[in-house]
Design a protein around this ligand. Structure first.
Ligand code: ACO
Length: 322
């Protein structure tokens, strides 16, 4: 027994910053950003659009889509690395906001792979018959962790939230493969501001924003993502041709295109929305799932592969039947 996705939902902050806006804030251009990343605009959270608020909005939509009442949810998992509050966890705040009084709630952080790992965690609970219904949410206010003085990173990220309702079913299929490479962790870092050296006045705060070795991250993603997708296909006894969609973390259009090329599969099988949303870290996969579901592109019985990769370094792929 594993879980099947019964409903999806999303929340995009109201404010939208396009590349031209950024080109007035720093030395950059629409041409540079689009050419290197495929990003044309990103949503940026305003005051009140917190991780918990956006997560709750996305969760509410997913519950309505699944026709499940909040009280029927047993588990709420929020994947985030950008929650404004350390305590209480965002999942408990979501519980309060949506009235899911019977749920057990906790957060999980594994950067851009976080949503996939949260989904795997929920599947493990459902598979053990511990819970029947789970809400799994990816929510990020990355603009709080973005150094707006650093043009090499700030143009990449956006804010948003996506959610899925998972329900245990006898005939559901879910197979996963995940890996971590801790020794590569310095390629993507962000240090907590809650450290004596940063609390003191006049300290250089750049380490407390997201920092990245772009070329290393690129190399890591384009080599490991195809590898882990082939691993999960082999585990499942499926061929790459049987997969309807490969839904990858939206880090960069060039990474997605390169993975498609490595796998010798048509780019049409790799949905993308990075042009409109930027890189939303752990929110990107559920945002993409929700968009494709709303567009009517996912049919019952379709085989779908999800793949996340990012800080840690961490990466993984999961195969499911829609
Ligand atoms: N606008 C204009 N010029 C810029 C900008 C900008 N926003 N940022 C950097 N440049 C300049 C640099 O200063 C440099 O100039 P120089 O040649 O005069 O020194 C030049 O552009 C090239 O800079 P590079 O850093 O070498 O650019 P690169 O071609 O590597 O592209 C990028 C950078 C897009 C980040 C690339 O490395 C990449 O795609 N990396 C993948 C990582 C990624 O997508 N991370 C997302 C977050 S992590 C995750 O989600 C897993």
């Amino acid at each position: 027994m594993v879980g099947k996705i019964k409903g999806t939902g999303s929340y995009r902050p109201v404010q939208v910053w396009d590349n031209d806006k950024l080109s007035h804030m720093m030395e950059t251009s629409d041409e540079w950003i689009r050419g290197r990343t495929g990003i044309g605009q990103r949503h940026i959270a305003s005051q009140g659009e917190t991780v918990a608020y956006m997560a709750a909005r996305a969760a509410g939509e997913a519950l309505r889509d699944a026709e499940v009442r909040p009280e029927e949810i047993d588990l709420i998992l929020v994947s985030t690395m950008s929650s404004e509050r350390i305590m209480p966890c965002a999942a408990c705040e979501v519980q309060k906001l949506i009235g899911a009084t019977g749920a057990t709630c906790f957060d999980l952080n594994s950067a851009c792979t976080g949503f996939l790992l949260a989904l795997n965690t929920a599947q493990a609970y459902l598979g053990q018959h511990i819970y029947k219904r789970a809400l799994v949410i990816g929510a990020e206010v990355l603009s709080n962790l973005t150094n707006w003085q650093d043009r090499s990173t700030c143009v990449l990220f956006g804010d948003g939230a996506g959610a899925v309702v998972l329900e245990a079913e006898e005939d559901a299929v879910y197979i996963q493969a995940t890996h971590s490479i801790g020794k590569g962790g310095d390629a993507l870092t962000c240090t907590s501001r809650n450290q004596p050296e940063f609390v003191e006045k006049g300290t250089n705060l750049s380490a407390t924003y997201m920092q990245m070795d772009g070329k290393e991250v690129f190399k890591f993603a384009v080599s490991k993502v195809p590898e882990v997708i082939f691993e999960v296909l082999e585990k499942a006894g499926k061929t790459k041709e049987e997969i309807r969609f490969y839904m990858l973390h939206q880090a960069n259009q060039r990474i997605v295109s390169s993975v498609a090329k490595h796998m010798k599969e048509p780019l049409e099988k790799y949905p993308m929305n990075i042009e409109r949303l930027g890189n939303t870290s752990s929110a990107s996969i559920p945002l993409l799932l929700d968009e494709w579901k709303k567009r009517g592109k996912l049919n019952p019985g379709d085989w779908i592969v999800l793949s996340g990769f990012g800080g840690g370094l961490t990466y993984g792929a999961s195969l499911m039947r829609w």
